[in-house]
Structure formats: structure tokens, C-alpha cells
Design a protein. Structure first.
Length: 203
């Protein structure tokens, strides 16, 4: 691909590093940005800079937040007795969109996957165990995707917390085996949360 401008080429190279975007799509996006009024593109650049520089992870649940404690953890309307364990922030958004869950979350930041070099030490499992140890939690819901890595992670966490007096459950299998949670429709996901089953029964 020949470029008449080094600045254009650099922009295309950067955009093409985004997931699912090749060089041709990146070129189309960059040319679109050039056609827009400059202030609109400046607003986009400013929003991205602010996001990268100022976004935080909630010190309690590790969800993405603008402040140290996210809105969900800070809300007096949420119960601390139930913690839903998810892989990442997209799963929090998916479950929240169902309006069926009123507990708190714990974002692991991934799943145990030896093939990809991801072990328990690379996730936020230790802080989840500390949360359970505090004695405030009465139920932990495993809401990871029903893949081999998700099931492995669920089982690992279950073995770490089973000695504490806490109920463990998993979302009902209205979510197909192998499906990613974020792609489930809201009705199915909502029913899966409501109709969760004891984790031991899923083994």
C-alpha cells in the first residue's frame, strides 16, 4: 500500500493495530477522520487521551472506573453478601444490562490458561479470596464463560474458598457451552443469573 503522506501512513499503522481492523479498514477510518471537522477529531483524540491517562480500576472489585471505588461498589442499593465473579468489564456490562442482579462483582481480568501462560497469579484471585475471608460474603456466583478455561478457573477458585462458610453457585446453562458471556442476549443472561445452581452440581 503506497501512501502519499508519512503522517497518513503512521495513522493507518496505529489504527490497524486495533482488534479486527486491517490496513484497508484502517485507511478508510483515517480518511473519514480527515473529512470530519477538525474539532470533532480533536474531541475524539482528547477523549482517548483522558481515558488512557485517568481511567482507574476499582480498588474493591477491579471494574473499570473514573474513581477509586466504582459506582456499583459505592451504591448503598447493592448487597455485599453476593459477589459475582466475571472475566472482564464487558461481562459486568452484560449482566448489568439485564437489571436482574443486585449484588457486587469481582473482575478477574482473564481466565486461567496454561497454553497462553496465564496462571492464577496473573489474575485477581487473591483479592477475591481476601474478600471471602472478610466474612461479609454469603454467596459467590461463578459467571465465567462455559469454556474449558472458564471451567478450570471456576474449579480453582472453588477449591480455594470451599473451606470458608460461603455458598457457591454458577449461572444456569441457558448460556450454551463454549459461548462468551458478553454475546448472550439479555433475557437469557438474566434468567441464567436468577436460576443459578449450586456449583457442586455443575461438576
Amino acid at each position: 500500500m503506497n501512501f502519499s503522506s508519512k503522517l497518513l501512513e503512521n495513522a493507518v499503522n496505529e489504527v490497524s493495530q486495533l482488534p479486527g481492523i486491517g490496513k484497508r479498514t484502517a485507511l478508510r477510518l483515517v480518511l473519514h477522520l480527515l473529512k470530519r471537522p477538525k474539532e470533532q477529531t480533536h474531541h475524539l483524540a482528547k477523549a482517548l487521551n483522558l481515558m488512557v491517562d485517568e481511567i482507574k480500576l476499582c480498588k474493591k472489585c477491579h471494574n473499570i472506573s473514573d474513581v477509586d471505588l466504582c459506582e456499583i461498589c459505592a451504591s448503598p442499593k447493592r448487597t455485599e453478601e453476593i459477589v459475582c465473579v466475571v472475566e472482564d468489564v464487558r461481562d459486568v456490562m452484560a449482566i448489568e444490562s439485564t437489571a436482574q442482579y443486585k449484588g457486587l462483582y469481582h473482575v478477574l481480568g482473564g481466565k486461567i490458561s496454561p497454553i497462553e501462560g496465564v496462571g492464577p497469579q496473573n489474575l485477581t484471585i487473591d483479592s477475591l479470596i481476601d474478600t471471602v475471608k472478610s466474612g461479609h460474603v454469603k454467596e459467590v456466583i461463578f459467571a465465567l464463560s462455559s469454556t474449558m478455561e472458564g471451567d478450570t478457573t471456576n474449579f480453582y477458585i472453588f477449591k480455594q474458598i470451599e473451606k470458608y462458610n460461603v455458598k457457591t453457585s454458577t449461572i444456569a446453562r441457558g448460556i450454551s457451552v463454549g459461548d462468551e458471556l458478553e454475546y448472550a442476549d439479555e433475557v437469557t443472561l438474566g434468567r441464567s443469573i436468577i436460576n443459578r445452581i449450586p456449583f457442586e452440581n455443575s461438576l
